[in-house]
Every structure is written in structure tokens, then in C-alpha cells.
Design a protein around this ligand. Structure first.
Ligand SMILES: Nc1ncnc2c1ncn2[C@@H]1O[C@H](COP(=O)(O)OP(=O)(O)OP(=O)(O)O)[C@@H](O)[C@H]1O
Ligand SMILES: [Mg+2]
Length: 351
């Protein structure tokens, strides 16, 4: 008997109404084996009339799975309500954000470090955890969300019921997506001048019918230029997460990113760092880790700036494929070697 086997066994316990197993529903936490007992937490997103029957079913399933062993089962049941603790305060012209809980910028100093990959997978992982999530692609020069979510064909419509023209976002994988890419053809590069880009970007946030959301993620373009400063000043951000690879050249830019958010003019909290491409793991050797871009660079950076390291995402082929095929890896469970679900859990705990 070991934790992995216990987890496997608990996959056999279904939530009778949600018609999914309790592991996929991420209801099981902190499995431990100690003093002849299997202990774990059973987390319900809201008070659940079926909790005692699910508990009984856990006990029976474990007894059946390990018939030769002598043990007791101790389950701590808890309700962790999914609710918006703090709403953003909106100003005139920001009505689209009225029912949005937290707006979080996903930023990076350097380009190509996997910011969009992290943003898309984080959005899906949060949605799978039961949150209402939107993601806007603020990369007006190189929007990549349509391809990463296989929504390139989406042609946005406009709702005028409020007297204002509001763009309807695309709903897929449990997330509301918006991208300037929906307004252009993939073979036509977007050429914008500063203020135009900045306005287009704000429209992608302020003129979208988001409805009620717990989290709105904003996938920023790389860098720390004027467009960023103008955006983060005009949008009521709760904070930012900064994505980087562990290599020194990327980390120098992280420093610039953190300093931008912490500057007097912007003054928005950096909620944490996400280290991407932390190590390479080949599919055929899932236990092996090769630290191609150096080891734990972001951990040191997080310590230096006193911000949490929210997650470390390995470099694995299926993450790249998920992006290119429009089926992000976070649609799958943790077993695939990625850690976007842990990242989502950590981020949601920061509020
Ligand atoms: N952990 C990972 N494992 C494998 N491939 C990855 C990983 N993270 C990102 N990639 C791949 O690296 C490429 C760049 O990622 P992505 O587009 O997310 O970066 P970005 O920081 O958003 O780039 P840009 O600065 O151009 O906006 C993509 O092809 C993506 O699929
Ligand atoms: Mg990107």
C-alpha cells in the first residue's frame, strides 16, 4: 500500500451527482499513511448532502482495494467555498468588470518563455477547480490564444442590450476567451502604432461581456514597455504573476518586470513567479529530470524579491503539442506530468 495506490483506488469513488470520480474532482487532499491509518481530507466546494455517503463509499473502496491489510480510515471532511472574496472596484467605463473578482496579469520580461502557455493552462485548471474564468489575449502584436485553444474560427458578435456595444467572448473548455486575433485573419500581421495598440488592448478587456467571473487573466505581451504601463495603470488589476525560465538571461528581465509592477506609478502586487521549462522530462523516462536552463533560478529570484514561487512547470513535449493542437494539457489530469492544477490551487489560495 502506498499513497499512489490509495489515490488510484479512490478513483473508483464517484460523486453520484457530478458523475465524476472524487480524484478528478480534486476533492481528495493530503493523503497520509500513519499508525495503521489512512488519512486524507475530503474537500467539498459547498455543503453537500451526499458527503456521508461518499465518505462511506471511500472506506469501502479502500477496504476492498487492500483486503490483506489491517488499517482504519480517517477522513477529514471540509467545505471550502468557492467564492469571490474581494471584488475589483471599477470606475466609469469599466462596467464590464463590475462582476469580476480578480484581474490578474500574466507577464514576463523576456519573450517566448511560455507566458501564453501558462496563461491558457492556468485558466483551464482554475475552471476545472470550479472557478469562473476568463482570459484575454493582450498580445496585440502576436495573439496566440486562438490557436492554443483551437478557436481561430470564432467570429465575435456584439451585444447591445445595455445600450453599449459589448463583444461576446468565446466559451470553450469552461473558460471565456477573448483575443484580438478573432478580429483579423491569421495571414495578416497586425501592425499597430503605440496608442492604437494600447486602445485595442483596453477594448479587449473593457468592451467584453465577461459577466460574472472569479478570475480574469490577462496574457500580456512580453516586455515592460509603454503599452504595459498604460494598461496596468488603467485596469483595476489585483496583481500579476511573472513567468520565466530559470536561465540567467530571462531572470534579468524578470527583475525588470517585478520592478515595473512595484514602481510608484503602478504599485500592483506581484502575486508570484512561475518557473516554466524548469527541467526537461522525456516521455519515455518520466522519472528523469534534465535541468537544461539551469536549476531553480526562479526560486532564488523569488527569495530575493520576497514573492512566492507559485509553480515549476517542466519542459515536456505534450505541453508543446497541446498548445499547437489547441487542446491544452491542463484538460488532462495531473497524471500527465504537468503541474498546472497545483499552480491553480496555489494561486487561488493567495486570495
Ligand atoms: N513547459 C513547456 N513544455 C514544452 N513546450 C513549451 C512549454 N512552455 C511553452 N512551450 C512552447 O514554447 C513555445 C513558446 O511558448 P508561448 O507561446 O507560451 O510563449 P510566450 O512567452 O507567450 O511567447 P511570446 O513572448 O511570443 O508571447 C510554444 O510553442 C509552446 O508550446
Ligand atoms: Mg504569448
Amino acid at each position: 500500500m502506498n499513497i499512489k495506490k490509495i489515490e488510484e483506488a479512490l478513483r473508483g469513488v464517484m460523486h453520484p451527482v457530478k458523475e465524476k470520480d472524487i480524484i478528478s474532482l480534486e476533492m481528495v487532499e493530503d493523503i497520509k499513511i500513519e499508525e495503521g491509518k489512512i488519512r486524507f481530507k475530503l474537500v467539498f466546494p459547498s455543503p453537500d448532502a451526499l458527503s456521508s455517503s461518499i465518505k462511506k463509499s471511500c472506506e469501502k473502496t479502500l477496504k476492498d482495494a487492500f483486503p490483506a491489510e489491517d488499517f482504519k480510515v480517517s477522513i477529514m471532511e471540509l467545505v471550502r467555498e468557492r467564492k469571490i472574496k474581494k471584488r475589483v472596484t471599477v470606475e466609469l467605463g469599466q462596467e464590464a468588470l463590475e462582476n469580476v473578482g480578480h484581474i490578474i496579469a500574466v507577464a514576463s520580461g523576456k519573450g517566448g518563455v511560455g507566458k501564453s502557455t501558462v496563461a491558457v493552462n492556468l485558466a483551464i485548471a482554475l475552471a476545472k477547480a470550479g472557478y469562473r474564468v476568463g482570459l484575454t489575449d493582450a498580445d496585440v502584436y502576436g495573439p496566440s490564444i486562438p490557436m492554443m485553444t483551437d478557436t481561430e474560427d470564432y467570429q465575435p458578435t456584439v451585444d447591445e442590450s445595455s445600450g453599449k456595444q459589448m463583444i461576446i467572448p468565446k466559451e470553450k473548455y469552461g473558460v471565456k476567451w477573448m483575443s484580438i486575433g478573432y478580429f483579423s485573419k491569421p495571414d495578416q500581421p497586425l501592425i499597430w502604432r503605440g496608442p492604437m495598440a494600447s486602445n485595442a488592448l483596453k477594448q479587449m478587456i473593457l468592451q467584453v461581456k465577461w459577466g460574472e467571473l472569479d478570475f480574469l487573466l490577462v496574457d500580456l505581451p512580453p516586455g515592460t514597455g509603454d503599452i504595459h504601463i498604460s494598461l496596468v495603470q488603467d485596469i483595476p488589476l489585483s496583481g500579476a504573476i511573472v513567468v520565466s525560465t530559470p536561465q540567467p538571461v530571462a531572470l534579468t528581465d524578470v527583475e525588470k518586470g517585478i520592478n515595473m509592477f512595484r514602481s510608484k506609478d503602478i504599485n500592483k502586487p506581484v502575486l508570484g513567479l512561475v518557473e516554466n521549462m524548469s527541467w526537461f522530462t522525456p516521455a519515455e523516462l518520466p522519472e528523469n529530470k534534465y535541468y537544461i536552463f539551469g536549476k531553480e533560478g526562479c526560486k532564488k529570484m523569488a527569495k530575493k524579491f520576497n514573492v512566492p514561487l507559485l509553480g515549476q512547470i517542466p519542459l515536456i513535449q505534450s505541453i508543446r503539442e497541446g498548445g499547437d493542437d489547441g487542446k491544452p494539457i491542463a484538460l488532462k489530469e495531473r497524471a500527465d506530468g504537468h503541474s498546472f492544477h497545483e499552480l491553480a490551487a496555489k494561486l487561488s489560495q493567495s486570495f
